[in-house]
Design a binder for this molecule. Structure first.
Ligand SMILES: Cc1cc2nc3c(=O)[nH]c(=O)nc-3n(C[C@H](O)[C@H](O)[C@H](O)COP(=O)(O)OP(=O)(O)OC[C@H]3O[C@@H](n4cnc5c(N)ncnc54)[C@H](O)[C@@H]3O)c2cc1C
Length: 392
């Protein structure tokens, strides 16, 4: 079904998905009214930079800056969308106003999950890192070199731990599994763990049960009965999609917002980025990663302009992280089972190009401290590329 090009498009969410969708709408020729609603006051910024260079920048923080947008949309910033009426095609805002649309892009992203209640007092003691404002607070707090406990052994927890160590803090990371094992598999988890320990990270592999905040210290009680004291507790225990404002819209399946292979939720509504669960070769799922948000948004925007003539999403997973002096880029599905084929270099020298093959015939290429353009890494990751040499 090809829908008539809408006159008014509203985008909810001013992160990379909202930005990319808006720019892509213009590139695809949409010249009608474009309105972006975002609850942060800041222009879009690079969220991945917040746990990497931004924690280390000595002077003015600039690593999160993005190029200026080209969409020339009207922006309503610092206010949340609080409801969606799909019958009357209206987005309700928290300040009581309403914004009508002909077509809607849902790009409201996700937020940090918390272990505690998240009420004001507790949120101050259990820091998370999701927004630019969070990063500014965290930078200020770690500048005084407090003792730190990081809860969560995923990529974000490990990046935060790395940044805190570099800032001179004593850091213990609490993780229910060996850190990064669920994200990268045991081969690379062990490799990163060795680098982290060399830099001074202490690791406790037992789930955190309770966190008690006292005057100047917090106490983290672990499932194995032991406890840790620290001046600062930072949690990195996953994210939750921002779908509450869609509660009465009839678009949710439980708390999940599912889209089809063109990003469509309903005929005039698309969704993209961390908020959306989309069809992948491994099932319908959210893939809360930067390039995933960009790819989804481009497809979703084209769908609003071209309907079924828009191409379906051909999703190619891409992930990167920087921590403990190492950079990793991975093209293909994660985590990785077994040992890799070494295409170039040697992990023992902290520079290598590796490839894993999966049972379904796909592959994952991983570059460690290795400069390689993304398209080339993608070529190496595909099973067909088994014959492609790294020099090609
Ligand atoms: C610290 C950190 C490091 C990361 N590092 C990496 C990395 O190295 N590699 C990688 O691939 N990915 C990384 N990610 C993930 C990546 O940043 C996200 O996948 C990406 O930012 C998702 O973009 P998005 O636009 O979908 O959502 P978001 O960036 O969450 O943007 C959504 C925007 O919508 C706003 N919003 C929410 N609800 C409403 C509402 N009701 N009304 C109006 N506005 C609303 C939000 O405040 C936000 O500004 C990292 C994430 C974090 C937090």
């Amino acid at each position: 079904m090809t829908t008539a090009t809408p006159h008014r498009i509203v985008v909810v969410g001013n992160g990379i998905a909202g930005l990319t969708a808006s720019d892509s709408l213009r590139t695809a020729g949409f010249d009608g009214e474009l309105t972006i609603i975002g609850d942060e006051y800041h222009p879009p910024y690079s969220r991945p930079a917040l746990s990497k260079a931004a924690l280390l920048d000595d002077g003015e923080m600039t690593s999160h800056h993005l190029p200026a947008p080209t969409h020339e949309a009207s922006e309503i910033l610092g206010v949340s969308a609080s409801s969606l009426d799909t019958d009357n095609k209206v987005v309700g805002l928290a300040d009581g106003s309403e914004v009508p649309y002909d077509a809607l892009v849902i790009a409201s992203g996700s937020r940090a999950r918390r272990l505690g209640s998240g009420d004001a007092g507790e949120a101050e003691r259990e820091l998370t890192l999701r927004t630019l404002d969070d990063a500014l607070v965290l930078r200020q707090r770690i500048a005084t070199q407090p003792s730190v406990v990081v809860l969560g052994g995923g990529a974000l927890g490990m990046e935060i731990a790395s940044g805190c160590l570099d800032a001179g803090c004593a850091v213990t990371l609490v993780s229910s599994d060996p850190p990064l094992v669920r994200q990268l598999g045991s081969h690379l988890s062990e490799y990163f763990l060795a680098a982290a320990r060399r830099r001074g990270l202490t690791i406790a592999t037992s789930p955190a049960r309770e966190v008690h905040h006292r005057e100047a210290h917090s106490r983290v009680v672990l499932a194995d009965g032991s406890s840790l004291e620290a001046e600062l507790v930072i949690s990195a225990v996953g994210d939750l999609p921002n779908t509450e404002w869609l509660q009465s819209s009839g678009l949710l399946l439980g708390a999940a917002l599912r889209v089809d292979s063109r990003g469509r939720v309903a005929p005039d509504i698309v969704a993209a980025g961390d908020v959306a669960a989309f069809p992948t070769a491994r099932g319908i799922r959210r893939v809360p990663l930067w390039t995933s948000a960009i790819e989804q948004s481009k497809v979703a925007a084209l769908t609003l302009v071209r309907g079924n003539d828009a191409p379906e999403l051909s999703f190619q997973p891409y992930f990167w992280t920087e921590q403990f002096g190492l950079s990793l880029k991975a093209s293909g599905y994660l985590p990785l089972a077994g040992d890799p084929e070494v295409l170039e270099g040697d992990l023992r020298e902290d520079k290598a190009l590796l490839r894993w093959s999966h049972d379904d015939g796909t592959g994952t290429a991983v570059a460690i401290n290795y400069r390689i353009p993304i398209p080339k890494l993608r070529r190496l990751s595909s099973a067909l590329a088994a014959a492609v040499s790294p020099a090609a």
